[in-house]
Design a protein around this ligand. Structure first.
Ligand code: KQY
Length: 365
């Protein structure tokens, strides 16, 4: 039986490792809600299966959480090496509703279970209700045999990135948004991050990527490649609203030092040209009151930064054939020690996120 622990990871000597550290596995959730995923979620299911296959092919155990309704279909659609478990969820964003795993130096691994409110609750959240999603982290911890901390703040996994050596990246747009923790100051939020992730320093960017419906998750604009090096979603086009956002982030990153006192090397990763929802794509979604509508012409928050670091490989989103090869080459230069594998990701993007948002690593203990 796993325990709910009444202290904090920092007090117990635990820290969140960087995503680039070795993994024991990866969790995902099978998409099915038709008010977010077009055409009965069939195209998204194909894309999720490709992501799972690409991670598993690199030697990482993937577990897919699936509803009872979709169990047989998912089992038949996924490679045999993907473990499929039945779980009730509200949607398919394991990065955000899943646990954040922390490890100690003695070979132990525990889960942090944040409060989840569907990216803003009744004040701009993306769907209602979200109770099943809020239970996901606890269920994953049970299956993984990991003791669990319930952190008393609203936070999604996509809102943070760490270097594993004491530094955390996040955005003000998300973590200081009144629809997350209105009663907490910046300093109080930093204290919670220190206590529950074992970090020492927070680097605050101002905004996430343009039009990101999560209120600016950092995982769609900037991440650590390794300690001391970050990758930033970038465009040189000064007429694009992303330019000013990325330029402001660059300024903060260039001024920052990490928990070990290092300046950061910033790799600019050029974004694809604007990607808009087509008429046909919008028609394929079943609109429901209370769920964010998908409207033709809306710009999607497309960014190559939203990749997943698997054991020995990077699983990157393919977003536009005019820019995919350049993005792949850039990632190959940054990660010469890993294979870079692309997966078609437009169908994931249409649901509001990308490869990183649908995955959650289980770090090796
Ligand atoms: O992490 C993410 N990008 C999640 C987006 C949620 C979209 C819900 N429709």
């Amino acid at each position: 039986m796993t325990r709910l622990i009444d202290s904090t990871p920092a007090a117990d000597g635990f820290r969140m490792p960087g995503e680039f550290e070795p993994h024991e596995g990866c969790w995902m959730i099978w998409p099915e809600r038709t008010d977010n995923w077009r055409l009965g979620a069939k195209p998204a299911q194909t894309a999720f299966a490709q992501v799972a296959g690409a991670i598993a092919a690199g030697g990482e155990q993937v577990t897919m959480a699936v509803s009872s309704r979709q169990y047989e279909h998912a089992r038949n659609s996924l490679p045999a090496e993907v473990r499929v478990v039945e779980m009730t969820t509200d949607d398919a964003w394991m990065r955000d509703c899943g646990p954040t795993f922390v490890v100690d130096g003695a070979g132990r691994r525990r889960g942090v279970d944040w409060v989840f409110n569907a990216w803003g609750g009744l004040d701009g959240g993306l769907y209602f209700p979200w109770k099943n999603d809020d239970l996901v982290a606890g269920k994953v911890c049970e299956i993984e045999g990991a003791d669990r901390y319930r952190a008393p703040i609203v936070l999604e996994g996509g809102a943070i990135h760490v270097d594993g050596e004491g530094t955390l990246l996040t955005t003000e747009e998300c973590l200081l948004n009144p629809n997350r923790n209105p009663s907490l100051s910046r300093q109080q939020i930093e204290e919670q991050l220190r206590a529950f992730l074992g970090i020492e320093r927070v680097i605050w960017l101002i905004h996430g990527s343009f039009n990101d419906e999560t209120d600016g998750h950092v995982d769609n604009i900037c991440c650590f490649a390794r300690p001391g090096e970050v990758i930033l979603n970038w465009t040189d086009d000064v007429r694009d609203p992303q330019h000013a956002i990325s330029a402001a982030a660059l300024e903060r990153l260039e001024r920052a030092t990490d928990a070990r006192g290092r300046s950061l090397t910033v790799h600019k990763l050029p974004m694809p040209p604007p990607i808009l929802i087509t008429e046909e794509e919008a028609r394929g979604v079943d609109p429901v009151e209370g769920t964010l509508p998908r409207l033709a012409g809306d710009r999607l928050a497309a960014s190559y930064v939203n990749y997943y670091v698997a054991n020995e490989r990077i699983v990157m989103p393919l977003l536009d054939e005019r820019t995919d090869a350049e993005a792949r080459r850039a990632l190959e230069r940054i990660f010469p020690e890993r294979d870079v594998v692309g997966v078609p990701a437009r169908e994931i993007l249409l649901g509001g996120g990308n490869v990183h948002c649908i995955t959650q690593q289980v770090p090796a203990a």
